[in-house]
Ligand binder design. Structure first.
Ligand SMILES: Nc1ncnc2c1ncn2[C@@H]1O[C@H](COP(=O)(O)OP(=O)(O)OP(=O)(O)O)[C@@H](O)[C@H]1O
Ligand SMILES: [Mg+2]
Length: 545
């Protein structure tokens, strides 16, 4: 990337896509899609799970080929993928962010050169003295020390405080790493931002900050999001990817007008259809009468054809999006207290996450875990699930315990195994057909079950992980942000399932709707480990979590 600090005026056309066609395997995701992204274009890309939004981003970023069409790109691009990044995990967080403008390399070279300037060898010293001003000039051109504090400010706004900046990436949770990536990309101030569900791991404060940041962004951006508040506040264009027709519709308007416009379009189409049907019916009945007379047979034929054409030209009612149909089955019987945790403590390196946490999960009880970013909510679920061991204390299974764990990062999925194989590992008592049936109710049909889990879209991975929970007939569910990635319709489905589930649930979420659906009796506050009865007063805390 061109790392020249603040950009000049954003005057160039940045992305221009024309007649784009994208396919994966045998499935057409979109055809004949055209749009542009220039300075000041603030675009929201929406469409149901698996429609192909992420795939379009990958094509724009040059990661994959388009089946046809042309794509012109100028200027710099900052791309936040939907999955947490991998790469050098031993890098420091601060360096990772600064590397967006290659400042980390410059700072290191300047330090080395400073060392060499103190060298006893005259030649080394002279070379270093000549080199240093050049490095410093480059450093200043990219924002210098002010850039470092700018990076720290962006990071802080995204919930990455000073303490985290000094850590190495591998000590961070997946959600924290994703925030680091977001900070890095925003810090790089590219001509175009491509952000794939940037709010997934953010707390309410950070989401609010991001909303304002985007609303006043000088370059262009496309954001994929199901967060209506964010879309309403920040965008001035909508790209709707209609998965049923494989069409990308461009609406040059803000969110609220878009919603109204779509409703109007839908009504207009219905009206046109009704009119056309009426006219076609009367033409057909006329033609029917004329057909009998030999002299009018040709005219009758023409009238039939006109009626047909009329119907073909109006669009049928658009198919409603299919929605997963999920129910958590009745839990297996278990004792009165299926899961107990005693005096749990956990540290990563020198960072203590929490100490002395006690928890008893009664049969059928509902607990929400609240706490600020990094307070250890995911860690607690990992300890309860047995994936990770506590430093001190113990997790004790009660009589008949059957745990179901939904991991935020989908790490319970085997990405190289197929959808069906993943299912079979947790549902050994089910036949192939039964597995396929459950998967079908989670919208994995026919060929989909043969896909390796690694190629699934974000929402599809969530659906698969939930399907695997459903067949496990668990009596204690540990759910870590189960509504992330889901389109609004699928989210409603899982909330419904949660509402009626009879087993015990331990829920971590920043989705107020999810907590309301659960109707918790208790709340556990981290990092202190205090427990309290649930009350409405805790609602504000959820969004901070
Ligand atoms: N290599 C592949 N082979 C087969 N199918 C694939 C492959 N890569 C992606 N897909 C499929 O392409 C479709 C589009 O995926 P994509 O990730 O672009 O969806 P999305 O709109 O971003 O969805 P979400 O909202 O869930 O993130 C999905 O059905 C996915 O399973
Ligand atoms: Mg996606």
């Amino acid at each position: 990337m061109a790392g020249s600090g603040r950009r000049g005026p954003y005057s160039v056309l940045v992305i221009s896509a024309h007649g784009v066609e994208l396919s994966v395997g045998a499935r057409l995701l979109m055809h004949d899609a055209s749009f542009r992204v220039g300075p000041g274009d603030r675009i929201g890309l929406i469409g149901r799970n698996g429609a192909g939004k992420t795939t379009l981003f990958r094509a724009l970023a040059g990661e994959i080929e388009m089946a046809s069409g042309s794509l012109q790109r100028q200027g710099t691009l900052g791309y936040l993928p939907q999955d947490p990044a991998t790469g050098n995990m031993y890098q420091h967080v601060r360096d990772r962010i600064l590397s967006a403008r290659e400042l980390d390399v410059l700072v290191r070279k300047m330090r080395e050169t400073q060392g060499a300037m103190a060298s006893a060898v005259a030649e080394t010293q002279t070379r270093a003295m000549r080199r240093y001003p050049r490095l410093e000039a480059q450093f200043l051109a990219r924002g210098g020390w002010a850039a470092e504090s700018e990076a720290a400010r962006i990071a802080a706004n995204l919930g990455i405080g000073e303490e985290l900046l000094e850590r190495e990436l591998h000590t961070l949770s997946g959600g924290q790493r994703r925030r680091v990536e977001l900070a890095r990309i925003l810090f790089s101030a590219p001509d175009v931002l491509l952000l794939d569900e940037p709010t997934n791991h953010l707390d309410a404060d950070s989401i609010g900050w991001l909303r304002d940041f985007l609303a006043s962004y000088q370059g262009g951006f496309i954001v994929i999001s199901h967060d209506v508040d964010l879309l309403r506040a920040s965008i001035n264009q909508v790209l709707h990817l209609d998965a049923n027709r494989a069409v990308l519709e461009v609406y040059s308007m803000g969110w609220d007008r878009y919603v109204k416009q779509r409703e109007l379009d839908e009504r207009r189409r219905r009206r046109e259809r009704v009119n056309a049907e009426k006219k076609a019916a009367s033409l057909q009945s006329q033609a029917e009468k004329m057909r009998a007379k030999a002299t009018k047979a040709v005219a009758a034929q023409n009238m039939f054809r006109r009626a047909e054409k009329m119907l073909a030209e109006t669009e049928g009612e658009r198919r409603a999006e299919r929605v997963a149909n999920l129910r958590f089955p009745d839990p297996q019987p278990c004792g009165r207290v299926p899961l107990t945790a005693h005096e749990l403590s956990k540290s990563y390196g020198s960072t203590e996450v929490f100490t002395g946490v006690d928890l008893a999960i009664d049969r059928g009880s509902r607990v929400v875990v609240l706490g600020l970013n990094g307070a250890g909510k995911t860690t607690l679920l990992r300890l309860l699930s047995g994936i990770e061991d506590p430093d001190t204390g113990a997790v004790t299974p009660g009589h008949g315990l059957k745990l179901g764990y939904y991991a935020q990062e989908h790490e319970t999925l085997d990405t190289s195994a197929t959808v069906l194989e993943n299912m079979q590992t947790v549902a050994q008592s089910l036949t192939d057909t039964e597995c396929r049936n459950v998967l079908g109710s989670f919208l994995f049909s026919g060929d989909d079950v043969a896909k390796p889990a690694g190629v699934l879209s974000g929402g599809e991975k969530t659906r698969l992980a939930l399907a695997m929970l459903v067949v496990s007939s668990a009596n204690v569910l540990l759910l870590d942000e189960p509504t992330n990635n889901l389109d609004p319709a699928s989210r409603e489905e899982i909330l419904d399932a949660l509402r009626t589930y009879q087993g015990a649930v331990v829920l971590v979420t920043h989705d107020v709707g999810a907590v309301t659906a659960l109707g918790p009796e208790r709340v556990m506050l981290l990092p202190d480990g205090d427990e309290d009865h649930w009350s409405e007063d805790y609602v504000d805390l959820i969004q901070l979590a």
